[in-house]
Structures are given as C-alpha cells and as structure tokens.
Design a protein around this ligand. Structure first.
Ligand SMILES: Nc1ncnc2c1ncn2[C@@H]1O[C@H](COP(=O)(O)OP(=O)(O)OP(=O)(O)O)[C@@H](O)[C@H]1O
Ligand SMILES: [Mg+2]
Length: 364
C-alpha cells in the first residue's frame, strides 16, 4: 500500500511560513497534481514527503506508517527535482542506472529498464554523454528517466517537463500517463501547466500562500471553482471577472454593473440575497460566451465592442471592451466578426460564477 496522507502538515523557514496546515489524502495509485503560483509551497510539500525537509508540524503517512522520522532511503520514493541534480561525473546511462545498482538489481534488468526509458524519453543516442554535454531539456529528461527506471511505489515529480519544447512535452506527458497506468504508482506531480494538470491528474490540489485552496477532479475544479483564485488559475484564456452588485428591477433580479447585466433566476437571486453580500464579482469563461447582434430589449447581458481578434487556427480569441472591462470570448475559427463592431455578449445558461469580492468565495 502506498497511499500518502498529510495531516496538518506545516513548514516554516524562520519567519517564512512555506506550508500551512495541509490536510490531504492521496489514494494508493492516484495521480495527484499540485498547482499554484510560484512560492506557494509545492516544492516544500514534496520535499517533506521525500524526507529531504523536516516538517515543522503535522504528520506524513505513507501507507499506514508515519514516516516523519524515516530517512529518504527508507521511504520507497523516487523524486524528480525541479533542478535536475544529476551526477556530473557519470554518463547518462550511469545516472539512470545508479539507483538500480545500489539496490542490486541484476545487470540485464538494469539495461532493459534504462534502455526502455531512454527510448521513450528520446535519450537513446545520448547514453554515453555526461550531463555537462547536454541541453537543459535533455538533462531534465535524464532526471525523469532516473526516477522512472526505479519503478517505486511513490513518484514525486517537481515540474519534470518544464524545460521541454511543446512537442516533446506533449509526447512525454502521454508516456507518463502510460507509465503510470502500467506501474500503478502513487504520484505527486507539481506543474505550472494547466493542460498537464487537467490531462494527467486524477485530482488536482490548488495551493495558494502555503495552504490548500481546493482539491478536486479536473472537472470539479473547472466547473465548480470554490474561490476566485482557483477560478482564475484553470482555463485558458482565464475566466473573465466583472465586479457587480445585486439589483432588482420590476420584480426581476439582476447582477448589475455599468458593463454587465445578467438576469438571475429565483434560486440564484435567493442564494445571493441569503448570503447578504453587496460586493460581488461575476465570473464567466471565454468559452461560455456567445456573441450576437445588440437587440436593445433590455435583456442584453453585456454590450461591448470588438477590440482585437486573435486567430489561433482552430479558434478565435475575441477581446471585447465593455465599459471599463475587457472581456475575452472564445469563438469558432469561422465566426464572422469584425474589429470595431458592436456586439451583445451573453453568458451561457448555468455557466455564470459569482464570487464574494471580499472573501473570494464562490456563492454557489
Ligand atoms: N530553504 C529555504 N529557506 C527559506 N525559505 C524557503 C526555503 N525554501 C523555500 N522557501 C520559501 O518557502 C516558500 C515556498 O517555497 P517553494 O519552493 O515550496 O515554492 P513553490 O511552490 O515550489 O514555487 P515555484 O513554483 O517557484 O517552484 C517560498 O516563499 C520560499 O521563498
Ligand atoms: Mg517549486
């Protein structure tokens, strides 16, 4: 069993609180992705699980065993570091083989595993080179290979693909998904790349300032972000936000700002009235907007002007100016749109998010 459990885990460096009261259970065989801005405590969390950093407070359990006091060697873990840390005097082959030799794996098995990893990481022709003779991306792949060949119960990976070009990154991502399926290891995987997070993670942990902001499946995080912070972290281009207030007009309830007017159904209106917050922020994703001709019947959600159209081949990103706000809409590549045209933008039913402006909490 290699589930991982963190109980009120904390780490301070002097007065800097790097990780704060993290409670998290990662199931045996689960692929858990850690996502969050620079400095939010991702690497520190991984290093504590690996045993490279001592926890200031709380417990770390691997399987059912508390491991706080165990050395890194005594935990069946392989870690891919953010900064590679290869052995400079060893060849690529030896870098990958080293941990297996230490564990007395038979030589033919070592050769088989290293060659297989080198193959899928595109390192086959570089096995005799030393790390200094490699590019950054190649070194990163060696670091990944070195962890992969060990086939451990737990993988800790800290941005293992960050220095690869787009094509290699996509390819290696798919290989890692396959590898995980084959080995069934438990994985803690740190990335800045939300596509990696969405495609690889069974679940995603979003961290902010040392704390866990939300844990959920990629779909839960995307559909129901619990806070504005989470909402803006997932999705590309990011979610649009417009500050607004609650208004009632002829018995109808609206979210209102000079640039934005969204008619609420009774349940939504009640939910916001019950919460009692005056200061709200509406959030809607670029892919949840439709653009139409302004009708002037008062039901138009957002009256806007097309400012910039970016053509991405498969789709358009349309930047709209609505009052003080700039809003992005994602449209099909063949949409007939013209810069400077006035449009009525509307949020698709059920796709509106509302956050309390002060607490950042989602209102439904
Ligand atoms: N050895 C250390 N001494 C003092 N402060 C540290 C140390 N290591 C990390 N920190 C601080 O702890 C916080 C969390 O750092 P950490 O490396 O875990 O962030 P991260 O989420 O991995 O960021 P990044 O995405 O940039 O890698 C930061 O404020 C960092 O400056
Ligand atoms: Mg880091």
């Amino acid at each position: 069993m290699a589930s991982i459990e963190l109980r009120r885990l904390g780490k301070s460096f002097g007065s800097v609180v790097a990780v704060r009261d993290v409670d998290l259970k990662i199931e045996d065989g689960e692929f858990m992705v850690f996502l969050g801005p620079s400095g939010c405590g991702k690497t520190t969390t991984l290093r504590m699980v690996a045993g490279l950093e001592t926890a200031t407070s709380g417990d770390i359990l691997i399987g059912d065993q508390r491991v706080n006091e165990l050395s890194p060697r005594e935990r069946d873990i392989a870690m891919v570091f953010q900064n590679y840390a290869l052995y400079p005097h060893m060849s690529v082959f030896e870098n990958m083989a080293f941990a297996l030799r230490m564990r007395h794996v038979p030589p033919e098995e070592i050769t088989r595993r290293v060659n297989h990893a080198a193959d899928f990481l595109g390192l086959g022709k570089l096995l005799e080179r030393k790390p200094r003779e490699l590019s950054g991306g190649q070194r990163q792949r060696v670091a990944l290979g070195r962890a992969v060949v060990r086939e451990p119960a737990v993988f800790l990976m800290d941005e293992p693909l960050s220095n690869l070009d787009a094509q290699l990154r996509t390819q290696t991502r798919t290989e890692l998904i396959r590898l995980h399926r084959r080995l069934g290891s438990t994985v803690m995987y740190v990335t800045h790349d939300q596509v990696e997070a969405m495609t690889m993670g069974h679940r995603i942990v979003v961290m902010n300032g040392g704390s866990v902001e939300q844990v959920g499946t990629p779909k839960e995080i995307y559909d129901h972000p619990r806070t504005r912070f989470v909402a803006q972290f997932i999705g590309s281009p990011p979610m649009n936000f417009v500050d607004c207030t609650l208004r009632t007009d002829n018995g109808q309830h609206y979210l209102w700002s000079p640039a934005f007017r969204h008619r609420l159904d009774d349940a939504q209106a009640k939910c916001l009235a019950d919460a009692g917050s005056e200061r709200l922020t509406a959030g809607f994703r670029p892919e949840d907007l439709t653009l139409g001709t302004p009708s002037g019947n008062g039901e138009t959600a957002i009256a806007a002007e097309i400012d910039v159209i970016e053509t991405l081949g498969s789709e358009l990103h349309v930047f709209l100016v609505a009052g003080e706000s700039t809003i992005v809409a994602k449209m099909p590549a063949d949409a007939a749109l013209r810069q400077g045209a006035g449009v009525a933008a509307k949020v698709a039913p059920g796709k509106l998010h509302v956050f309390d402006r002060d607490t950042g909490l989602a209102q439904w």
